[in-house]
Design a protein around this ligand. Structure first.
Ligand code: NAP
Length: 463
């Protein structure tokens, strides 16, 4: 029997799957545990780290990306190693990690999108907003896509911050975007865009919108863009009015929307915010989006005590060349790991993975971030979330029997990956890519020019 894991002589071996905010905040929280010595390996599917900070945060929101400096500090700790370009389930399995680590943390995020469930949503020209986001952010899975921006109107369905992001990018001046790290291909396409109006649809009213006030306010400052709100949409029903009392964000949003409703339109491009409206059918010719049928909704009491939308039967058709469905991300199953399909999460209790929802805990396996709690909250929300998961990890370690930890078998992970021909990317490799992207950016007065192709990345670092 050897020493208990977590000591200087026998560090706690932790594998974190996913190097986005949740993964980095978990590593940070582990490193801060008094009296605990760990060695942490961070695995990431893409060669590049930071998850949605790199592939999700909009290019014109550079200040939000500053959190990567903190993540760099974590990755550069001597007890942390980075293995990018490693696909969990294909290149490395749950069994491989269980044999080599004492604890595994799944921090894989929510990698798919929710659907509307209406006819025509799979027509060409109708896309999940998540893919559009990946495209303009140079996500290697989506960077080579083409979005047809030849129509005058685009519809964005949803009232969250992602809907606000995609609507803003569609109407922003390409010259302003050219100063950001937006993917080159997207910038070029947006320069040729003929979209003059973006119609953003909320199925419920303005008091139920999920976007936050700073993001809403920013829409009103876009150069050359009118934000159009119908005053009548802001006349609240008594229940919504009552709900405003306890909701500071919704109250502030209403103030901002009222200010928008007072404005005289004057600009070249329009961003129209409409509420209580749902698409019920997307129509097209030759398999391509041409129009959408929209239905006016009313609010009715929902089963959870809140207000839900219900169609009134009043419909209209409106021409559009592009429909982006921005109705939320969705978690997908992780290979060999239990999955709660209804919630789109790994079933867990405060971060401890369970065999099924409400079932027994699987020792040594944990979840954090969106795959733990669902796709809500901002980047910073993952910090307390990670602290909770790490608390469970430490408690389990302390409560565990005095025994040889499970993670002593199986040999070195580098040998395993190399033996399987996996071209894994180290932190030093990433720093080379980072420097190359910044170098290309400096030449153009931009923070960086993103490399969006995995083969090019591997070639640049000599793999
Ligand atoms: P979200 O905030 O959950 O918003 C989803 C929106 O989709 C809601 O307005 C929802 O309306 C609507 N929706 C759902 N099903 C629908 C349907 N069938 N028909 C019409 N509308 C439907 O999700 P998100 O925008 O994907 O954002 C995910 C998380 O990332 C959020 O926590 C967000 O704040 C965060 N984020 C933050 C920033 C930032 O801080 N700048 C940027 C991007 C994302 P209901 O309310 O009626 O369900």
């Amino acid at each position: 029997m050897g020493p208990r894991p977590g000591s200087h002589t026998r560090p706690l071996r932790v594998a974190i799957v996913g190097a986005g905010p949740a993964g980095f905040f978990t590593a940070e929280a582990l490193l801060k545990q008094p009296g605990l010595t760990c060695s942490i390996d961070l695995f990431n599917r893409l060669p590049t780290p930071y998850g949605l900070v790199r592939e999700g945060v909009a290019p014109d929101h550079a200040s939000i990306k500053k959190v990567t400096a903190k993540f760099d500090g974590v990755a550069e700790m001597p007890s942390v190693r980075y293995f990018g370009n490693v696909d969990f389930g294909r290149d490395v399995t749950r069994a491989d990690l269980k044999a080599r680590y004492d604890q595994i943390v799944y921090a894989v995020g929510a990698q798919s999108d929710r659907q509307l469930g209406i006819p025509g949503e799979d027509l060409a020209g109708s896309h999940p907003a998540t893919i559009f986001v990946g495209w303009y952010n140079g996500h290697p899975d989506h960077a080579d896509l083409d979005f047809d921006l030849s129509g005058e109107r685009a519809i964005v369905v949803g009232n969250g911050n992602v809907a606000v992001d995609v609507a803003r990018i569609l109407v922003s001046s390409p010259d302003a975007l050219a100063r950001t790290d937006i993917a080159d291909r997207a910038l070029e396409a947006l320069r040729g865009s003929r979209v003059r109006e973006v119609l953003m649809l909320g199925r419920r009213g303005p008091a139920q919108a999920k976007f936050t006030s700073a993001e809403l306010k920013e829409l009103g400052k876009l150069e050359g863009v009118d934000v159009i709100v119908d005053r009548e949409d802001l006349d609240l029903d008594p229940d919504s009015q009552a709900a405003l009392e306890g909701d500071r964000v919704a109250g502030r949003n209403l103030e901002i929307l009222s200010e928008f409703a007072e404005r005289e339109p004057a600009a070249h491009r329009r961003l129209v915010l409409r509420f209580l409206t749902s698409p019920v059918k997307i129509l097209g010719g030759d398999g391509r989006v041409e129009r959408a049928r929209l239905e006016r909704n009313r609010l009715v009491p929902g089963p959870d005590g809140g207000l839900r939308s219900e169609g009134t039967g009043r419909v209209e058709e409106i021409a559009a060349g592009l429909v982006l469905r921005s109705v939320g991300y969705r978690g997908v199953p992780v290979a060999d790991v239990p999955f709660d399909a209804a919630g789109g999460v790994i079933p867990n209790r405060a971060g401890r993975v369970t065999a099924e929802p409400g079932g027994p805990v699987l020792p040594g396996e944990y979840a954090v971030g969106w795959i733990k709690r669902g796709p809500t909250g901002i980047i910073g929300t993952n910090k307390p979330d990670a602290v909770e998961t790490v608390r469970a990890m430490v408690e389990d370690l302390e409560a565990g029997p005095e025994r040889e930890a499970s993670g002593d078998g199986g040999g070195s992970i580098e040998e395993l990956l190399a033996g399987r021909g996996v071209a894994f990317v180290t932190w030093e490799d990433w720093k080379k890519l980072d420097e190359e992207e910044r170098r290309r950016g400096r030449a153009q007065g931009r923070p960086r020019v993103k490399i969006t192709n995995v083969d090019e990345m591997l070639e640049l670092i000599g793999r």
